[in-house]
Structures are given as C-alpha cells and as structure tokens.
Design a protein around this ligand. Structure first.
Ligand code: IPM
Ligand code: MN
Length: 352
C-alpha cells in the first residue's frame, strides 16, 4: 500500500506520527507492506515560498493508494487561503465526491447528551463533497460601495446528486444495521425548491432500487433537533455539502469532540484517490507539547485501511481505540487525557 502523508500544520504532524505508528503495528500484525511519501504542504511552506500546491502535486498524490492528512491551518495565514488552496482544492481536483463522517461514541467517552451511551450514538453521515455553495461560483458588483451586491451560487447536478446518493444506499446496505437499514436524506426541500427538489427526486428514484433500505427524510433544522434528542434514530444520513459541513460538527460534539472525530474524502471510482483526516484543526496553542489527542487521527487511519482493501486491519484498529478510550483515557480533551499524545499511540499499539 502506497500512502501519501501530508502532516500539515500545528499539531498535524504530532497526530500523524501516532496514526503512522499504529499503521506500522497493524501492518506487521496482518503481514501487509506499506510505503509512505511525505509532502510538506501547509502554512509553513506557503509562508516560505508563497506556494500552496506546487505544479504536479495532484498528479504526485494520485500515484498513491490513499492520502493521510494531519491538519491544515496556520495563525499567520489569513483564514480561507489554505482551506481553499489546499483542502478544498484537493477535494475538487481528485473529485472526492463522498465526505464520509462516522459519528460513533466510543466506550468511556463523555458525550454532552445526557443519558446517551455508545449504543445510542452510532451513525454515519455521507456528505456530498463537490457541489452546493462550495463551488466558488458568484461574485461582487459595485464592491465596497453602498450599492454592493454579492452572490454565492449553490450548484446541484443530477450526476452529482446521483453518485453520492447511490453510494450512500450501497453503504447503508453494506453497513447492515441490525436495527434495520435506514437512509435519511437531510435537506431543505421546503425552501430550496429547485436545488433540493432535484436532490429529493434523485433520492426517491435511486431509492426505488433499494427495497431493503428504509427511505427517510429530515429537513436540516429538524435533523439538528433529532441528533441531540434521539441520535439513536439514525443509521446513515446523506446530505448536501454545506448542510453536511454543519451537521457533522454537531455530530463531532455528540461523539466526544474534535479529539475523536475523523472523516474521509473519498473518490470511490476505479483509480480514484481518497484522503483521510482527523476533523480537528491544527490547534496552534497545543503544538509541540505532546498533549493533543491523536485518537481522531488514528480513527482516520482506520478509515483509510477500511477503504483501501484492509477492512480487518481497520476493525482491529477500531477495537484497539475502544479499549484505550474505554479503559485508559480520562478525557478526550487536549492536556486532560491522563497520558501524552505519544503514550496514547503506544497504548493503541499495545492493544493491537
Ligand atoms: C471541514 C472543514 C472545511 C469544510 C473547511 C476547512 C473548508 O470545515 O472539513 O468540514 O468546510 O469542508
Ligand atoms: Mn467543517
């Protein structure tokens, strides 16, 4: 397995090291080989060279079976530059049209939802990752004047809707929830009467091919209520890019915070290259102190394994994570784990 590694900024390199440590342990245990190529993309390189993604970078990354990304974001770089130039750019350039974000409460992890346990918080959000308001379509008119007009256009294509919805149905089928297979479309059909009408019609049409999956629909505002009140209701959610961005931060919080939440930017097509990342940012104030939580990065590595032909290794890593959160860690918050960053990585390896 050839893995491209972008450790990135802030605490990105620290959590990446732990994920790679776990990868080495699980590869040995399962007798598979891997190589890593490091890429120094991120804020530091940008500040030094003015370059975010050098020519040929995407092609170089695509030589690999998968990409692991630590964190992007630098206090000396204006917000939006690296996000757009690196993260969104890579998602678009590699057409990673699935953003997969599991919301799993691991044992021993505190959730802000009173009375909810790991059995109640265990669902997956499939976020569309290439369309909607993320396309960068729009502009200004009379900028800086009292008559200024700004527009930001949301785009939905039939193809874009269909591919993510179909993937979500397949995923729901494969997940095979013993409580019943249910796919919930989250949108806003009562207001976005064109774009989300297309999304809805596509959902119904594709859904007809999956009689074993229950089709369900929530408006996004109602989904925010249910995620807090009855998270156990959800199995798989499929949603548009912007709503997916928002509800997965809510999801990250109910599963115990940014220290544990992971995601995958997946291009599932033949020859597609996918990128896995912990959801937390670069956390500049914790950098270099060995206090940041590497569980999210290790969970991202488990996702990478699951979708790169090593599902058993992925399950082993997840089981080891659950052992460590359930029996060792005091908290998932940086500096309060009861262990340092590197010790958590070691503990996961020991449980493997
Ligand atoms: C995420 C992030 C990004 C997004 C930002 C950093 C552009 O919030 O991965 O959810 O909006 O997709
Ligand atoms: Mn986000």
């Amino acid at each position: 397995m050839k893995i491209a590694v972008i450790p990135g900024d802030g605490t990105g390199p620290e959590v990446t090291d732990e994920a790679l440590k776990v990868l080495a342990a699980v590869a040995e245990k399962n007798s598979f080989e891997f190589t890593t190529t490091h890429f120094d993309f991120g804020g530091e390189r940008y500040l030094k060279t003015g370059e975010i993604l050098p020519d040929g970078a995407v092609a170089d990354l695509q030589e690999h079976d998968a990409i692991f990304l630590g964190a992007i974001g630098h206090p000396d770089v204006a917000p939006g530059i690296l996000e757009k130039g690196l993260l969104l750019n890579l998602r678009f350039a590699m057409d990673q049209y699935i953003n997969l974000r599991p919301v799993t409460l691991y044992p021993g992890v505190e959730t802000p939802l009173a009375g909810k346990s790991p059995e109640d918080i265990d669902f997956v959000v499939v976020r569309e990752n290439t369309e909607d308001m993320y396309c960068g379509i729009g502009g200004f008119l009379k900028k800086g004047t009292p008559d200024e007009v700004a527009s930001q256009t949301a785009i939905y294509t039939r193809k874009g809707c269909e591919r993510v919805i179909r993937w979500a149905f397949e995923y729901t089928r494969k997940r095979n929830n013993p409580k019943g297979k249910r796919l919930t479309l989250v949108a806003k059909t009562n207001v976005l009467t064109y774009g989300h009408d297309l999304v809805w019609r596509t959902f119904e049409e594709v859904g007809a091919e999956y009689p074993d999956v229950e089709l369900d629909y929530n408006h996004v505002d109602a989904c925010c209520m249910w995620m807090v009140k009855n998270p156990e209701f959800y199995d798989v959610i499929v949603t548009t890019n912007m709503f997916g961005d928002i509800i997965t931060d809510l999801g990250a919080m109910i599963q115990g915070g940014m220290g544990v939440a992971a995601g995958g930017n997946i291009n599932p097509d033949e020859g597609g290259t996918s990128m896995y990342e912990p959801m937390g940012g670069s956390a500049p104030k914790y950098t270099g102190q060995n206090v940041i939580n590497p569980i999210a990065a290790i969970a991202a590595m488990s996702m990478l394994l699951e979708h790169s032909g090593q599902p058993e290794a992925a399950d082993q890593v997840t089981a080891a994570i659950k052992q460590v959160t359930g029996t060792k860690m005091e908290s998932q918050a940086a500096g309060r784990m009861g262990y340092g960053t590197t010790e958590i990585g070691d503990l996961v390896c020991e449980h493997l």
